[in-house]
Design a protein around this ligand. Structure first.
Ligand SMILES: Cc1ncc(COP(=O)(O)O)c(C=O)c1O
Length: 436
């Protein structure tokens, strides 16, 4: 049978962006198992024994408690499991001197779902027919934002400015406040901090500036803290959280070891939380209970904080330090390669200025030497204008072993050397320092 789909049906059932390339990666890994591929494309957190043990312990406690039946065998509140909401409120009030109560917190089935609620509650067409935009103030950003809006034309993102340290082969993106447009046509603002794919952490000043621009129009600013503190705390430099009337702080338990349980959290003004809660009640009643009950235990006992800062963060920090060292050692000094400052998250982001081939061709060439990365173009959802930079980047996951990272960086350096060399005869301007 060929299904007769609605417009939304066609949109939501097609594989776009990174999902399309994931298919190629899975097929490659399955069909060429004999060749030892180094997979640097993974977005799944590494299963760290101490992290798994913490969740096992919380589960054992739950199973032994009288709470079990109430959690698993009955429907719950559309706002989420109340003991988890209370645990988060208490934890945040203690840590950050806030005065949150239950009305400020919503639990969702994963944070991806939370962004779906936000994008469609605040973005898209109003009853008067005006288009409200979902603004990503900085591009590249999380590829998953590309699929969250039922009105795709509502999603818009902006090119950043680049802070480049040519000598050190490093760079960093900043929001371009000269071009960022926030008006009454903006529905909501969204960005990840630390950022997937770049590891960027927007400064508090940058965030406050965005929030101030949004405030006069009552625009909510959703800060996706899937990698941020207090958990999973995959930030490699100090960062403080920014709260405010129109800021919704969003979290996920996925990178703290519970991606399978699907738990996202929104913390913000009760009026915004109410909108999202009703959206959730209509869509799926409420998130499942088991994960929420063990999450509450991990917060209340302090285990989650300990595991995040003492186990999860050091694991990924060591990987980014290794990648930095290996690239500095292996990559040709005379070529215009640039590593984004690795400030957090689970990825390294590399830009090759004036790359003579496309990012997809580079992905294919690296596959030939047994290294799988993700082509950068998938991380610019909502970017309307064409920008050559989009085709000059790759994302490298920090989930591989040290040995694999060392070998892969060596192979990457060899491939890059060949790629630039092949075309240097045709285009002598491909030298460090010439930017497009
Ligand atoms: C930046 C960012 N936000 C949100 C998500 C979605 O996370 P989840 O739905 O598992 O909470 C991810 C997943 O990789 C992510 O990287």
């Amino acid at each position: 049978m060929i299904p007769n789909l609605s417009k939304i049906g066609v949109q939501m059932s097609s594989l776009t962006g990174i999902k399309a390339i994931s298919k190629d990666i899975i097929e490659t890994l399955q069909t060429k198992q004999k060749q030892d591929f180094i997979n640097l494309s993974a977005g799944n957190p590494v299963l760290l024994p101490k992290v798994e043990q913490m969740w096992r312990d919380c589960t054992a406690e739950l199973l032994a408690s009288s709470e079990y039946g109430e959690v698993v065998c009955r429907y719950g509140s559309s706002q989420g499991y109340i003991p988890l909401i209370e645990a988060i409120a208490k934890d945040f009030n203690r840590r950050y001197g806030l005065s949150l109560n239950e009305s400020n917190i919503l639990i969702t089935p994963g944070s991806q779902m939370l962004y779906f609620y936000a994008a469609n509650a605040f973005g898209g067409y109003t009853s008067k027919g005006d288009l409200k935009q979902i603004v990503l103030p900085i591009s590249p950003d999380y590829t998953g934002y590309g699929g969250i809006c039922l009105v795709p034309e509502a999603l818009i993102s902006y090119k950043p400015t680049l802070d480049i340290d040519t000598k050190a082969h490093r760079f960093k993106y900043h929001p371009d406040f000269n071009n960022l447009v926030i008006t009454e046509n903006t529905g909501c603002i969204l960005f990840s901090r630390p950022c997937n794919p770049t590891g960027n952490i927007l400064s508090n000043d940058e965030i406050k500036k965005i929030a101030v621009l949004a405030k006069p129009y009552n625009i909510p600013v959703f800060i996706d803290s899937a990698y941020g503190p207090p958990f999973p705390a995959i930030n490699f430099k100090d960062m403080t959280l920014v709260f405010g009337e129109n800021i919704v702080h969003c979290m996920s338990f996925s990178k703290a070891g519970l991606p399978g349980e699907r738990i996202g959290v929104a913390i913000g003004d009760s009026k915004i939380i109410q909108v999202l809660e009703s959206f959730q009640a209509n869509l799926c009643l409420h998130p499942s209970g088991y994960g929420q009950a063990i999450a509450a235990r991990a917060i209340n006992s302090g285990a989650l904080e300990y595991i995040s800062t003492e186990v999860i963060r050091p694991f990924y920090k060591n990987k980014i330090l290794l990648i930095e060292a290996k690239l500095d050692q292996e990559m040709p000094k005379n070529l215009p390669w640039f590593l984004h400052c690795g400030e957090g998250a689970m990825f390294a982001w590399l830009w090759f200025n004036n790359l003579p081939i496309s990012d997809l061709d580079l992905y294919q060439e690296l596959k030939q030497v047994g290294v799988i990365v993700v082509a950068g173009r998938f991380f610019f959802p909502g970017l309307k204008e064409d920008w050559s930079h989009k085709y000059q980047c790759i994302r490298i996951s920090l989930t591989a072993s040290e040995q694999q990272i060392e070998t892969a960086m060596k192979r990457l350096a060899e491939v890059i050397q060949q790629v630039y060399q092949r075309s240097s005869f045709k285009n002598p301007s491909l030298a460090i320092g010439s930017f497009s």
